[in-house]
Design a binder for this molecule. Structure first.
Ligand code: DGJ
Length: 320
């Protein structure tokens, strides 16, 4: 009987435990549902990763907007923690108002979790960020305010936390370009511009790798994929290099759009993961994820052809 129970436990854990990241395939959470964390971002609190994103499952109340949260210790198996923000139209944005690309920062001073998101009306003319706050990583988050960061238009946002813990917001300012700005000490405001890169890019993301900053973004083609590009700089204040392709341009980033660059520092190596969304505008709930370890270093960054891969979080090593 004892051996039977051990066998049963092993079989069940094999059936439900995943060890492989499969780009572009449905990604089941602990309940067997395809993960809904589109346009998302990840933070690590202790040993736990939290993945926040746009909740787009079918059957939601269409007057509300939802941000989901998933927790994982291995970046592969994700436990659904629920919709940590359920928001109604904050003040007359109107029908089909927009909440996209939520990102959460943890402020160790105030011990608050601060969520930034792109908020807009249906025609994307409001171009603001909204801020919501929670005492816990898994919510509930409460809406606080909305505004244009440093007075500028802001549509797609990206999150970057430097190795020293300083928090930055990347945002797309349609008339001018790609802005990188530092958050205030309590993270409740956008305080200081670091750079304005005069390139029209969205889906912005940044990683600090071996003394160099790499910023990445896509062209402005709505939900359709395009060749994403990267630039480098020794400082967030620039000067930034020219933008170069991250993948063969004809693949249009293998059908995906950047949302974040996640750095995993292991005992043997540091791996940088490209996190992209494969949008399905007519069936948004079925939009997929393209996560791949990047080839990165010496000012070069390259997204290899997607294929299933595994990550050893302790060593930082990947295998395909
Ligand atoms: C591209 C953006 O990256 C997405 O987040 C979304 O805003 C779509 N445009 C809407 O067309």
């Amino acid at each position: 009987m004892k051996y039977f129970l051990i066998l049963l436990t092993l079989i069940t854990s094999c059936a439900y435990g995943q060890d492989t990241i499969r780009p572009a395939e449905p990604w089941p959470d602990n309940q067997g549902n395809h993960i809904q964390a589109h346009g998302g971002g990840i933070i690590k609190i202790g040993k736990t990763y939290y993945w926040y994103g746009e909740e787009r499952r079918q059957g939601l109340d269409t007057t509300l907007r939802y941000v989901s949260c998933y927790a994982s210790k291995d970046l592969v198996n994700w436990n659904f923690k629920g919709d940590v923000l359920k928001m109604s139209d904050p003040d007359s944005l109107g029908p089909r108002w927009v909440l996209e690309r939520p990102k959460v920062y943890y402020n160790s001073g105030t011990k608050k979790y601060v969520m930034y998101m792109h908020i807009d009306n249906r025609s994307y003319k409001v171009a603001q960020v909204a801020v919501a706050v929670s005492d816990r990583p898994d919510g509930p988050f409460h809406y606080v305010k909305r505004f244009r960061p440093l007075g500028h238009e802001s549509r797609d946002i990206g999150q970057f936390i430097d190795d020293d813990g300083t928090a930055y917001l990347v945002f797309e300012d349609r008339p001018f370009g790609f802005r990188i700005a530092k958050l205030s000490g309590d993270f409740m405001d956008v305080e200081k511009q670091m750079s304005l890169i005069p390139a029209h890019m969205e889906g912005g993301a940044i990683v600090h790798y071996n003394g160099l900053y790499y910023s990445i973004g896509s062209a402005l083609t709505g939900w359709n994929p395009n060749p994403n590009k990267y630039a480098t700089a020794l400082s967030l204040e620039g000067p930034w290099s020219e933008f170069k392709d991250i993948a063969p341009p004809e693949t249009k980033t293998y059908g995906s759009q950047s949302t974040m660059l996640l750095k995993v520092v292991g005992k043997k190596r540091t791996t940088v993961i490209f996190m992209g969304d494969i949008w399905k505008p007519r069936t948004q709930w079925d939009s997929r994820y393209l996560w791949m370890p990047l080839e990165i270093g010496d000012g070069k960054l390259w997204l290899p052809q997607p294929k299933p891969w595994t990550l050893n979080l302790k060593t930082g090593e990947v295998a395909m």
